[in-house]
Design a protein. Structure first.
Length: 561
């Protein structure tokens, strides 16, 4: 299972290697620059066939030092290379200064200003080596303008027309590699104008100050391991394609550093090798191929539905639970919705619940091993009492949608009922209502990553929290966290369709129905998130939520499970 690093963890690994005598900082810089050039030629083989023009924008730190190495190697390849530097060369770090001086023996270095960067013919390659993973402030506006000036050479009216290939060293400058957000200067207050024109002030600030600082690359080349921020938020859009270059560092086990939270490093939920999917320590084989041949050996999942006209979400969740391998699935609904659900379900059983007491009686059967409630459940006092009844039964439980929303006025009333075999599956809006100090806007203001927020939420709730999105974060109360990103080669924009979240909740419930141990709850949530996206990729464009469960057998066959 691949791990993701924070900026601090990467610095700790590099420092440990240098202090241990394994490598020098200069050697690491040389390997990094060479890796960038090799990645460029692998990405665009036509650039390796003959000489071209390149502009390399170097910053005041070691990222700029990598840029000088890239410039030197391209020059040795026969390219015409322009080099720009931001800052005083006398203040460069020692290793970067060595490579700065080495370049001076081959060519000039011009100051990185918009006017200077806008002169000349458009290059075929633009290298962004201004700032790397350690940046803690917004990129100066003049540097962002210089970047765009190079891109816009020869096309003053159409700055994006015919743009050259853009390569970012480590990350697009200005991207926070812990949060996946671009760093901006402080915005104006929302009530900036006394006459009520605050929205206009905000819009003007965004256009003039924020948008120019969002630098987009076609290819991002990072070193040793991918960083957390490469996969969070909109980062994949601005990173383009992501390449990881080996620069000879060992797997140093520096202490995890992410917002001061405890736990292991963040794990990227991804296949380890063909034919097997690992999730966390391992994706337990019994989650897909349980022992025993009887249907009850594979668990019995109960999906609670709402009243008439509100059963579609629960039916999709039930179908997903059945397809992913639960031996039995029952949809429980009010008697008035029984006929509607019966017309749409065959292999899935039905059970009417007139009163909450009927649900309590049904849950007395210990063969009910998992419950999913929330999709289409409805709101109000009766829905809350259903949640209470299910949690009191202490079955493996997935709480989604309405089951979360009905507690938004008093989140602690939900938290104290939860147990270690629960999974909360909020989207960003539901998450912000349950954890208002950790919601998207709140954490952006505090520069708190989505992973930090999910970890804190899991600790507060005392159970696994799966915070949905293209960058789905799964966090456990102990601080363990993993990330499934439907990004880069796994991008599946058609997964953003009504009902997809209901299907995911059903998939988790179907896996939990296998009588999993508490320590298997997190891996089960990881497996469901991976399979959910894999079904979308397998089906392709045109996907609707109902297609996802039906794609599971095809995905399982491809995995030889």
């Amino acid at each position: 299972m691949a791990e993701l690093l924070t900026a601090a963890e990467m610095r700790a690994i590099e420092n440990a290697a240098i202090e241990g005598g394994d490598v020098t900082g200069h050697e690491l810089m040389e390997r990094a620059g060479r890796g960038v050039v090799e990645a460029i030629f692998e990405e665009w083989p036509e650039l390796a066939k003959t000489s071209h023009r390149a502009a390399v924008l170097c910053g005041p730190g070691n990222n700029g030092g990598d840029g000088f190495v890239v410039a030197r190697l391209l020059k040795e390849w026969g390219w015409e290379v322009e080099v720009f530097l931001y800052g005083d060369p006398e203040k460069l770090p020692p290793d970067a200064r060595v490579n700065h001086d080495a370049w001076l023996g081959m060519g000039k270095i011009r100051p990185l200003t918009p006017d200077a960067a806008g002169e000349g013919d458009r290059p075929e390659l633009l290298v962004d080596a201004m700032f790397g993973t350690g940046l803690a402030r917004a990129v100066p506006l003049e540097l962002a303008q210089a970047f765009h000036a190079v891109q816009g050479r020869g096309t003053p009216r159409h700055p994006r027309l015919g743009a050259c290939h853009v390569v970012a060293v480590d990350c697009p400058s200005g991207l926070d590699c812990d949060t996946g957000e671009f760093l901006f200067p402080d915005p104006p207050p929302e009530d900036a104008d006394e006459d009520g024109a605050g929205d206009s002030a905000w819009s003007d600030w965004w256009q003039a100050e924020a948008t120019p600082r969002m630098l987009r690359a076609d290819l991002t080349v990072t070193f040793h391991m991918a960083k957390v921020g490469h996969y969070l938020g909109q980062a994949p859009v601005f990173c383009g394609r992501l390449r990881i270059v080996d620069i000879g560092l060992r797997e140093e086990r520096a202490e995890p550093v992410l917002g001061g939270m405890p736990g292991d490093r963040v794990r990227l939920v991804a296949p380890e090798h063909e034919g097997q999917v690992l999730s966390g320590r391992v994706w337990p084989g019994h989650l897909v191929r349980p022992r025993g041949g009887h249907k009850y050996d594979r668990g019995h999942a109960l999906i609670l539905a709402g009243g008439p006209g509100r059963g579609g979400a629960a039916r999709m969740a039930a179908r997903a639970a059945l397809r992913i391998g639960s031996g039995l699935v029952t949809v429980g609904c009010p008697p008035a919705a029984l006929q509607e659900n019966a017309a749409r379900l065959d292999a899935i059983m039905l059970r009417p619940f007139q009163e909450v007491a009927d649900l309590v009686e049904f849950l007395a059967d210990d063969r009910i091993t998992a419950v999913c409630l929330g999709p289409g459940l409805g709101k109000g006092e009766k829905a809350q009492r259903k949640v209470t009844a299910v949690l009191a039964a202490e079955r493996a439980t997935v709480l989604d949608a309405d089951a979360l929303t009905i507690h938004e006025d008093d989140p602690p009333s939900l938290f104290y009922q939860l147990h270690e075999r629960c999974v909360l599956t909020p989207h960003e809006g539901e998450f912000a209502r349950l954890f208002p100090d950790l919601g998207q806007k709140a954490r952006q203001a505090k520069r708190l990553s989505k992973i930090d927020a999910a970890r804190q939420a899991a600790g507060r709730a005392g159970c696994v929290v799966l915070l949905k999105g293209p960058d789905t974060v799964i966090a456990s109360p102990g601080g363990g966290a993993s990330l499934h990103a439907a990004a880069y080669e796994r991008e599946a924009p058609w997964l953003g369709t009504a009902g997809a979240g209901d299907v995911l909740a059903g998939m988790i419930a179907g896996l939990l129905a296998r009588n999993v141990l508490p320590e298997d709850v997190h891996p089960a949530a990881e497996a469901a998130a991976w399979l959910h996206a894999e079904c979308a990729l397998s089906f392709g464009p045109g996907l609707v939520a109902e297609d996802l469960p039906e794609e599971l057998p095809k995905v399982f066959r491809a995995l030889d499970l």
